[in-house]
Design a protein around this ligand. Structure first.
Ligand code: IPE
Ligand code: IPE
Ligand code: MG
Length: 248
């Protein structure tokens, strides 16, 4: 029996965000170079994406490369960029088959030209798909995103297009890279690390956090179902009391 049978399809998280972590440790366990772990992480991306599409989750955001990841050894960065191009190319079939719309958040214009081209093409070719929206966080970090938002809003104030008193939580949310998407209700991080690593700090304000020791290349559909089952057992109170939010 699959854990998916325990999922209430009427109470699915609309948006799931994942920190795909543990590729390096997975490779080390297998006596291989770190890049071997990244390569093997691709099957987990496919499995997770397919599972979300099949269940009817509307949005899935995957942290694929952080602004901090540039600090890794150059050969690992190069290999990751190459893997990104290759994966987008190879996985077009999965995107088309499952009617998945690809999008990206982050400082995309600072990625190597080849990555930008491949990404732009895949985003264009899938823009009409009505199934799951798969959002890749690439060269992304929350502090970078929030800094950009502040610059944008400050410029608008300076140019007289916006007054300070009109700045609300909505104004800020609409200036974020994620303005087209609802906030994630569930954030999953693999590999046992329990931190956010500069990921969606604004958007995860009220998300349920789920940490699993499973290393990303080993993460499969059942692991995703497990996270959703756990999510559905939680009581989301949003500041209220338990009595107030009890569904009778
Ligand atoms: C996550 O796995 C992938 C990226 C950050 C690109 P890691 O490469 O961080 O794996 P560990 O944490 O070193 O095991
Ligand atoms: C976060 O993982 C970034 C991605 C998964 C792309 P890291 O492995 O880079 O995070 P830290 O540095 O250990 O916090
Ligand atoms: Mg890591």
């Amino acid at each position: 029996m699959s854990l998916s049978d325990h999922i209430d399809k009427n109470r699915l998280p609309e948006h799931i965000a994942i920190i795909m972590d543990g590729n390096g440790r997975w490779a080390q366990l297998h006596g291989e170079m770190r890049i071997f772990g990244h390569q093997n992480g691709v099957s987990a991306v496919r499995a997770t994406t397919e599972a979300c599409a099949e269940l009817g989750v509307r949005f899935l955001t995957l942290y694929a490369f952080s602004t901090e990841n540039w600090a890794r050894p150059q050969h690992e960065v190069d290999a990751l960029m190459e893997l990104l191009v290759e994966t987008i190319r190879k996985e077009m079939g999965t995107l088309v088959e499952n009617r998945i719309r690809l999008r990206a958040i982050g400082n995309i214009s600072s990625l190597p030209a080849k990555c930008q081209r491949e990404l732009a093409e895949a985003i264009h070719d899938t823009h009409h798909h009505k199934g799951l929206t798969l959002i890749l966080a690439l060269n992304y970090s929350s502090r970078w995103e929030l800094t950009e938002v502040m610059k944008k809003l400050a410029l608008n104030v300076q140019d007289g297009l916006l007054s300070v008193s009109d700045i609300t939580e909505t104004t800020i949310a609409e200036a974020l890279d994620t303005s087209d998407y609802p906030d994630p209700e569930l954030m999953i991080r693999t590999s046992g690390e329990q931190r956010l690593s500069n990921y969606l700090l604004w958007q995860l304000a009220y998300a349920e956090l789920y940490f699993t020791p499973v290393l990303w290349p080993d993460f499969d559909k059942e692991d995703l179902y497990q996270a959703i089952v756990d999510f559905q057992k939680r009581e989301r109170r949003f500041g209220k009391t338990s009595e107030q939010v009890k569904v009778i």
